[in-house]
Design a binder for this molecule. Structure first.
Ligand code: PYC
Length: 323
């Protein structure tokens, strides 16, 4: 019997998992100049490894992962994956990766670092005390509102605001999809959110900064009266247990565009299990006539365990999801 091993350290950030792959990936599946190129090479040649570590029986329907990679452009490179594919940027994942790598001694203990993601360079600040990372803040890539789109859902018009914040989000009021943001209703958000994402992507909105066709990867349901509650649905129906890092950036960018959030003003966003991220807009600029924000979001992650996963050649079942 032949056995391949994959070593991971797992974290949760406000309840949302990140399985961080430390060892086992073949170097020739990670070639490329940029982290985006390395991710694309991995996706083309080793997607079975993503499925092995994200899907059942080693993962589960809401598993999330990150692969740290070397880079000359920053202190660290990292790309992100889920049960369905890959995201260009992930806030909860980045907080998890930085926390785990510093606490495990894999990354030099430093309060300031730059991380290259497929979406671009992200500045990270870690609060460290006695070798424990208490909080991680990241200044995201440029974020901006792409526009508003109205789609029909069950014969009713639903308004979605499209925002780029490292990933494209459709931000929608939970009421308009007929769901609540109560914790016990979180899974009821999945189907209406996926239907909305399909409808928005069929309408193919255009990115006002790059001119590219937008593909929304995540739907952020908002609401909750006075507090900023959120529930983010992504991949093929994963619900982010955390308030979602890039989703929080989308939220801040919308608040700023609506004149509800001044530069430097802080907002706390609460996710489906009650965990919170804090964020603010640090500065703005203009690109192609569009106001672009630099959102900063912070949160806390914890290591949940270390794993050595096996792939043996006599185990022919393969990886699967039961959605
Ligand atoms: O934290 O940015 C985030 C994220 C995206 C998808 C899941 N989490």
């Amino acid at each position: 019997m032949q056995r391949t091993e994959f070593i991971t350290v797992d974290t949760h950030t406000g309840g949302e998992p990140t399985r961080i792959v430390l060892n086992g990936i073949e170097a020739d599946t990670l070639t490329g100049e940029t982290v985006r190129e390395k991710r694309d090479r991995f996706a083309a040649t080793a997607d079975d490894v993503r499925k092995l570590l994200m899907q059942e029986p080693r993962g589960h329907a809401d598993m999330f992962g990150a692969v740290p990679v070397p880079t000359d452009r920053a202190d660290l490179g990292v790309f992100f994956m889920d049960t369905d594919g890959y995201l260009n940027m992930c806030g909860h994942g980045l907080i998890g990766v930085v926390t785990a790598l510093i606490e495990q001694g894999e990354l030099h203990e430093t309060p300031e670092l730059t991380v290259e993601t497929p979406a671009g360079l992200v500045d990270v600040t870690a609060e460290i005390a006695d070798g424990v990372v208490r909080r991680v803040a990241f200044k995201n890539v440029d974020s901006y509102v792409c526009g508003t789109i109205t789609v029909e859902q069950d014969g009713v018009p639903v308004e979605a605001r499209i925002v780029y914040s490292g990933n494209y989000f459709a931000v929608v009021d939970a009421d308009s999809l007929g769901v609540t943001l109560d914790r016990e209703d979180a899974t009821q958000c999945i189907d209406p959110a996926l239907e909305l994402r399909r409808a928005v992507n069929d309408a193919a909105p255009e990115d006002p900064v790059t001119g590219a066709r937008v593909t929304v990867s995540a739907v952020e349901l908002t609401g909750g009266g006075d507090s900023d509650r959120s529930c983010v649905v992504f991949a093929d129906g994963s619900v982010d247990r955390s308030p979602c890092g890039t989703g929080t950036c989308a939220r801040l960018t919308l608040h700023h565009a609506d004149g509800d959030l001044a530069i430097g003003e802080r907002v706390e966003v609460t996710g489906p299990v009650g965990s919170t991220f804090e964020g603010y807009i640090s500065e703005t600029s203009v690109a192609n006539g569009v106001t672009v924000t630099s959102p900063v979001v912070s949160g806390t992650a914890h290591i949940t365990g270390e794993h050595t996963f096996y792939r043996t050649d006599d185990d022919t079942l393969g990886s699967f999801t039961l959605a």
